[in-house]
Design a protein around this ligand. Structure first.
Ligand code: NAP
Length: 124
């Protein structure tokens, strides 16, 4: 008889690792659903916790470099960066915060992390 948990662990070791930022968002969650049978998926959300079958999620604020560094152990093969502030009106009213998340955090915190991950692809 096959031990289902053991089987999943074994498959998890074989599958390539995909790391998705913004996994609670429209794009990130749909990518996770579409890809979870072919990749071992890890993701980060900010305010909206995610529970998804076969997907491991962490809470994280992308703009806090210290938290970002906590993810170094994941060592993904691929990264899809979907985290962003996307409400245009909010971004116009809070332009500093929008710049901090969408420009500064993505470029100066996340990209170096991706390089540290030695991701073979960095997609946006
Ligand atoms: N939707 C589309 O059709 C589409 C098409 C092409 C490109 N895009 C681009 O893809 C990106 C995502 O779009 P979307 O529609 O999926 O947006 P969304 O539904 O608003 O999702 C945004 C994601 O970013 C996360 N996030 C926001 N601030 C964060 C922070 N400080 N730290 C960590 N995570 C944070 C949110 O987490 P919480 O919800 O947990 O707070 C959420 O998971 C955007 O850059 C957008 O321009 C979208």
């Amino acid at each position: 008889m096959v031990d289902e948990n053991r089987f999943k662990e074994d498959v998890g070791r074989i599958l390539k690792r995909l790391f998705i930022t913004g996994i609670s968002g429209l794009l990130g969650s749909n990518i996770a659903k579409a890809a979870r049978d072919r990749f071992k998926i890890f993701g980060i959300y900010h305010n909206h916790p995610v529970r998804m079958r076969d997907v491991k999620c962490f809470q994280m604020d992308l703009s806090k470099t210290k938290n970002v560094e906590e993810l170094e152990n994941i060592l993904p093969d691929f990264i899809i960066h979907c985290a962003a502030l996307t409400d245009v009106d909010y971004c116009e009213k809070h332009s500093r915060e929008a710049r901090r998340i969408n420009a500064i955090a993505s470029t100066f915190s996340f990209v170096p992390l991706a390089i540290n991950f030695r991701a073979r692809r960095h997609l946006r």
